[in-house]
Design a protein around this ligand. Structure first.
Ligand SMILES: Cc1cc2nc3c(=O)[nH]c(=O)nc-3n(C[C@H](O)[C@H](O)[C@H](O)COP(=O)(O)OP(=O)(O)OC[C@H]3O[C@@H](n4cnc5c(N)ncnc54)[C@H](O)[C@@H]3O)c2cc1C
Length: 421
């Protein structure tokens, strides 16, 4: 039987980053897919560059960014001031919605402001869910127009099922003072007021990580199938491997199954996202990088414009539709509906579709609930005591960015580093 000190399951951002930081060459990275990158893959087709779904970057740790960029050709990464909008009624307003209610028609503006001012403060004492949180903080006007319908489309679940902190730092908070001040002095800054994006797509960051992994350590087309926790032996689709530590980036529920542990579907649930990448023969909307569509009359919740990021002359879209993990989604039918809805919104008129690509990300946004948070903490501790560490966005059953994945991998590598004599 083969053996290694560290077995890594998954060659997405987290697995590759861990392989960069662990101070040992005695490792094997298993990747079920034929390609590395996980969700951070890029497709190049007919002159269009598309990610699996729009992946944009906001590094807060300059050392991490520098490590990645230094492994890329000079000039590869562009920094762009974000222009994101919300399409409501027949108009576009600036994101975040709650800070730009003054851009709404007068009646809507008054209603949002009235409810923001007289919101039920008493409710903030009993915030148990994401839905409670948005009503308590922003009132009924803002919540019913944007926060509730948009997030219901995205998460594909009732918002009272989600924990109040389900989006963590990715939720753009604003208080009454911020909102009123923004009416005169626009300050739409949030965690991603600017973003970086490589000319070759998000996969350039994956290539940069792969360049720092020990030669020959990545085994694609090899899935981790099961784990014997007692013997510390993994069975893959090709062999058995004895390990000292196993770092898994599989979705947490899949890891539990691989270990023969029970999985409660009432605790671990998520959405999936169907993505259409569509290339057209001519330019479309200008001056917007992505737009949110809260209204239920549109099948999609977000449309992104790669051509406005690359300053190219043919409209290049990514379009995201949310659904519960187990739901049947007819890809052809939804494409027809998507194209109709793009026409209704005025994004497509005489445009000819010249290239397309589809991918389903499943899971995409996990449903963070009080019970999922509790169970992940409890079971991670149990697995850790047997040498199995669950990491990454799906391994941690969380909402995070690739930078967070890289940081987590670095911290875990520090914990698991070999002790040198
Ligand atoms: C719609 C959407 C948009 C996003 N946009 C952004 C963004 O703009 N910016 C940003 O920073 N982040 C974004 N993210 C988050 C980002 O995609 C993730 O944080 C990151 O890709 C997670 O990397 P990971 O390695 O933890 O997981 P994954 O990418 O899921 O990698 C896990 C790997 O494990 C492999 N695997 C699974 N099962 C097995 C098995 N049994 N055996 C072996 N291998 C296996 C998979 O094939 C995969 O390669 C977005 C996510 C989504 C869903």
């Amino acid at each position: 039987m083969e053996s290694c000190r560290t077995l890594i399951a998954g060659a997405g951002v987290t697995g590759l980053a861990f392989a960069n930081f662990i101070d040992s060459n005695d490792l094997i990275v298993l990747e079920r897919d034929t390609e590395i990158g996980g969700y951070c893959k890029t497709v190049k087709q007919d002159g269009f560059v598309w990610d699996y779904s729009g992946h944009f970057f906001h590094f807060r740790h300059k050392d991490i960014e520098q490590m990645l960029v230094s492994r890329m050709p000079p000039g590869e990464v562009q920094t762009i001031a974000r222009r994101s909008k919300i399409y409501l009624g027949e108009s576009l307003i600036d994101f975040p919605f709650q800070k730009n209610i003054h851009q709404l028609p007068k009646e809507d503006f008054i209603d949002c402001l009235y409810h923001l001012f007289f919101k039920d403060e008493a409710r903030s004492g009993q915030v148990e869910s994401f839905e409670d949180m948005v009503y308590a903080r922003f009132g009924k006007g803002i919540t019913d127009r944007f926060l509730k319908p948009y997030n219901e489309k995205l998460y594909a679940c009732a918002l009272n099922a989600l924990d109040a902190e389900a989006m963590g730092r990715f939720f753009p908070y604003a208080d009454l003072e911020d909102i009123v001040r923004n009416m005169k002095q626009a300050d739409n800054s949030s965690y991603n007021a600017t973003f970086t994006y490589p000319r070759g797509g998000a996969f350039e960051y994956v290539k940069a990580l792969a360049a720092g992994t020990p030669a020959g350590s990545i085994c694609t087309d090899e899935a981790l199938l099961s784990i014997d926790l007692e013997a510390r032996v993994a069975t893959t689709s090709k062999r058995q491997i004895r390990y000292e530590h196993l770092v898994s980036t599989l979705p947490f529920d899949a890891l539990l199954r691989a270990c023969g542990l029970p999985v409660d579907p009432g605790v671990f649930h998520s959405n999936k996202v169907l993505v259409y990448n569509l290339g057209f023969d001519r330019k479309g909307w200008r001056d917007v990088h992505w737009a949110y569509f809260p209204e239920k009359r549109y099948v999609f919740y977000r449309v992104g414009f790669y051509d406005n990021i690359f300053a190219s002359d043919r409209m290049s879209l990514y379009i995201e539709l949310g659904a519960p993990t187990g739901a049947e989604l007819d890809v052809e039918q939804n494409l027809v509906r998507t194209l109709e809805d793009l026409k209704t919104a005025g994004i497509v008129d005489e445009h000819q579709l010249v290239s397309s690509h589809t991918v389903t990300m499943n899971p995409a946004y996990v449903h963070i609930t009080q019970s999922s948070a509790r169970e992940v903490t409890r079971l991670r501790r149990l697995l850790g005591s047997r040498g199995v560490y669950s990491a990454g966005r799906y391994g941690g059953w969380t909402y995070c960015s690739i930078e967070d994945n890289i940081l987590e991998a670095r911290e875990l590598a520090e914990v698991l580093k070999p002790i040198r004599a």
